[in-house]
Design a protein around this ligand. Sequence first.
Ligand code: 5AD
Length: 378
Amino acid sequence: MPGAHAELGRQEILLWLREEDPERLEILWDLADRVRREHVGDQVHLRGLIEFSNYCVRACAYCGIRAENRGLVRYRMSGDEIVAAAADAARLGYGTVVLQSGEDPFYDGPGIASIVRRIKEATGLAVTLSLGERSEQDLTLWRAAGADRYLLRFETSNRRLYDAIHPARRPGSESDRFRILRALRAIGYEVGSGVMVGIPGQTWEDLADDLLAFRDLDLDMIGVGPYVPHPDTPLASAAGAAGGVPHTPEATYRVIALARLLCPDANIPSTTALATLDPAEGRERGLRRGANVLMPNVTPMRYRRLYEIYPEKACLSETPSDARASELPTSGRSVEGRIRAIGRVVGAGPGGSANARKRSPQACAAPQASPRRPRRIP
Ligand code: 5AD
């Protein structure tokens, strides 16, 4: 593949997706790593993830916090708890917090807006929201309250597969995440999306289309992780069927590397699902094959294991301060140690999207407020 990347065509993408020869794959990893360095540099930006509610009104067939899962203790953090967790993240040196929850209407538009406003006032951190499919009215309100970014994975661009695993919220209601992603862009968010790799029924062609959709959407953030079967979900029994895309770290690395080539300026995390399936090396391999972001979990420990979208999540025993300093369970190294060990540095500041800056230089020219305290990610 001589030098070409952002112009990659569907056939070439398909060849790389199906590639299994380790020597050929080294070429892909090197290319993705080079493009990553040229476009977004050696900084690895850390996002503190706060999973503040595991209530969900949806019934996604793969997800452990789906409404029908009665075997799960449900929790909601109060506004005060959420703001306190964000303040902890600021003290630990993070430049961004990600507020994530199930699709939980308990937190209405004004409620989330007030939490965003309080976090911005108290910490100055960049705020990313990941709250599912919400009304344009709410999304507009939250942007006005200061939210900077929004994450909504479209999960698969194959409409038939999408509909099969995402039952409508109400009869007759429609789930159109592409429409919402376009609305998010128009409202002025940095926009993130992504997919799972190895959903039962997914084909390599579907993944090639997903990658092309990342480019068409001009995404600022791209989250890609392997599908991890959850035993208390309808999809689990279909996992691992022959012939489809395997839900493996290897397939996921190929998608991450290709996402980097197609969207060279995007922020791309090495995801928790990847670290879950490849605990020893997943984070590092993701970072060496195109990724430039990590999202350590800073949810208070008492809630952590209840946010079980899939089993054995990699973050369960990492305390908020672990993410800053001490050990990750599998390595005996700090986050910074692990980042330095692969020749990279911890990112400073909010770590906004280079892509968004290119698209709208004026809007992004002013430096965003930085955390009040000096960064202490060691
Ligand atoms: N395996 C892997 N990823 C999952 N997600 C939800 N359930 C699973 C699962 N079983 C991902 C979805 C969602 C994100 C927050 O978590 O892609 O968008």
